[in-house]
Design a binder for this molecule. Structure first.
Ligand code: B16
Ligand code: MG
Length: 217
């Protein structure tokens, strides 16, 4: 029986993924390099510290521990500037309605995001009251693809993993969901999100009813 939905934030509910990409590119350029949109797929859902490690590897730069810390702070400042004006109007297609329908249907809702900024983003979008639990980058030790964020989300809802559906736009997040024993809806293509049980371009392309019926079979 499906009783809970566990949502990733960036790229599922709101398109902050594009702002992470812009801020990380600025970091890469500061290090004398750059990276492609295809490489950016590898950063989606990945924690701030692990993302910077990858970018340093791609650029081939050598960075001291102090410089590493300074870059982490700087990236976040750039990201915060970009999301300053974010509001309910920035929800991805159908996301707000989907969350409201799930809530009205009595489905328990948790956030499972790698982002330490997730609570602030949910507040800006006016979505916090729809969530029964919020697990984010501040509450986990192991980042995606480790399933910790979703296992903690299910536990916070008082549910077993098999009673939950995860919504993810990143390959790291899909792997986390499947390792954790949850059903997984990929927001993206089967090519980039291999392993998800079903794929949609956006939450607006399906309904909570359709998914509950599908996964309850
Ligand atoms: P922060 P999600 C993830 O959020 C992003 O996809 C990823 O690009 C970012 O590096 C990570 O959060 C950490 O974010 O720097 O704000 O703590 O997709 O898991 O909701
Ligand atoms: Mg995401």
């Amino acid at each position: 029986m499906i009783k809970g939905f566990l949502f990733d934030l960036d790229g599922v509910i709101v398109d902050t993924a594009v702002f992470h990409f812009q801020a990380w590119r600025r970091c890469a350029q500061k290090l004398g390099g750059d990276f492609t949109e295809a490489q950016n797929e590898e950063l989606k859902g990945v924690s701030r510290v692990d993302s910077l490690k990858k970018i340093i590897e791609w650029t081939g730069a050598s960075v001291t521990a102090d410089e590493f810390e300074a870059l982490m702070v700087e990236k976040n400042e750039w990201y915060l500037e970009l999301v300053q004006e974010l509001s309910a109007a920035d929800g991805l297609p159908g996301a707000m309605a989907f969350l409201q329908q799930a809530h009205a249907r009595g489905i328990k809702i948790a956030l499972g995001s790698a982002s330490k900024n997730a609570p602030m983003i949910l507040d800006k979008m006016g979505l916090t009251p729809l969530f029964d639990a919020i697990i984010d980058g501040n509450n986990v030790i192991n980042g995606k693809p480790h399933p910790e964020v979703f296992l903690k989300g299910a536990a916070a809802l008082g549910l077993n993993p098999e009673e939950c559906v995860v919504f993810e736009d990143s390959i790291a997040g899909v792997q986390a969901a499947k390792t954790g024993g949850m059903s997984c809806v990929g927001i993206g293509t089967p090519e980039t999100l291999e392993g998800a049980d079903v794929h949609f371009t956006a939450l607006g392309d399906t309904t909570p009813e359709e998914l509950v019926a599908r996964f309850n079979v």
